[in-house]
Design a binder for this molecule. Sequence first.
Ligand code: ATP
Ligand code: MG
Length: 387
Amino acid sequence: MEELYLIKIGEITLKKGNRKIFEKQLKDNIKRALKDFKTTVIIKSGRFYLTVSNCPEEIVHTRLSKIYGIVGFYKAHKTSKDFEDIKEKVFDLVQQNLNNGRGRTFKVDTRRTDKSLSMDSYQYSATLGGLILDKFGDSVEVNVRNPDFIINLELRESAYIYGFGGKGPCGLPVGTAGKGILLLSGGIDSPVAGIMMAKRGIKLDAIYFHTPPYTSEESFNKVVDLSKIISPWCGGLNLISVPFTEIQLKINKEVPAPYATLMGRACMMRISNIIAEKRNAICLVTGEAVGQVASQTIQSLHFTGSNSQLPVFRPLVGMDKDEIIIISKRINCYETSIKPFDDCCAMFAPLHPETRPDFEKTTEIFNSLNIEELLYETANKAEIISI
Ligand code: ATP
Ligand code: MG
């Protein structure tokens, strides 16, 4: 069976000259998210009309609710503009609402772009409202201020009738802002940072620096699981696994302990830049927030960031951990993120890390590692896993 969904968009409508590019990307993203079903998407005056065959409503809801660029979506019924046809569909929708226990108060909301019709929007709403009261009697009551359910009628080239729907995540369609590399560890912060930048249209690949045997297979699987959870928001995701053990051991052998974490971060930044270039990515994304841990003081972030040619976006920079956890729970990452498998940072973290690193001194320590060649070799060993 074929169902119709009406999709409303938000920020895209503010775009002027290149609005078509944003609309086309959103259309592709919707089709991609539902690629296991037969779909068509038609864009007409700021509305998207999706038809999808043989797909349960819950699946459509789950998938559309994770596509950036969508503000809301509604299962809709299309009919001719003949009043009897409209009335019949409106009655069906009222009945459905009553069957589903959505309450008894309602209003009819009409929008009319077809100005050739004999009644105006108000007359349509009032007439249909009266007919609903006649037919359903005591089961319903009009409440225009705060109704339990709304019957929406849009009169365009056809009539569209729709009621309850779902919320989209707003933002801009993934793919409209270029590519980026997300440094994804197994923690709470980086998956949240990833979806925040995907919301601004960045198409992400994720990099995980893996330190076997010091970090277990479980740690790696946890990152795979997190990638799977955030993938629908990211319009799909490649996970790039980089073997980091040799570098980490060299650092721990050659660098004063308080600087070990900072040197690890610097190497991650540099390798991410090398891989970004190969994959045409033009920014990095991390889950850092000022002051959260020793390696995230302003001085530490200054040093770490200086190891990236590309801009480093840190969308959590001003957030409290509690605020980050709220988002982490909302995107269903939290329970996975808190699984107790060590990441390389915890394992190799010094007891007394340097919290106010002097920029010159830290850069000197990094240079003394003479590690450039090893960074390129390591980047070449990266493995790509399609999520
Ligand atoms: P998270 O919760 O994202 O792990 P965190 O609070 O544990 O962050 P750090 O361990 O200091 O913070 O890491 C800061 C950022 O550096 C992470 O958010 C992530 O972007 C990146 N990062 C750290 N370790 C790794 C790793 N092993 N692989 C990929 N990125 C990493
Ligand atoms: Mg971490």
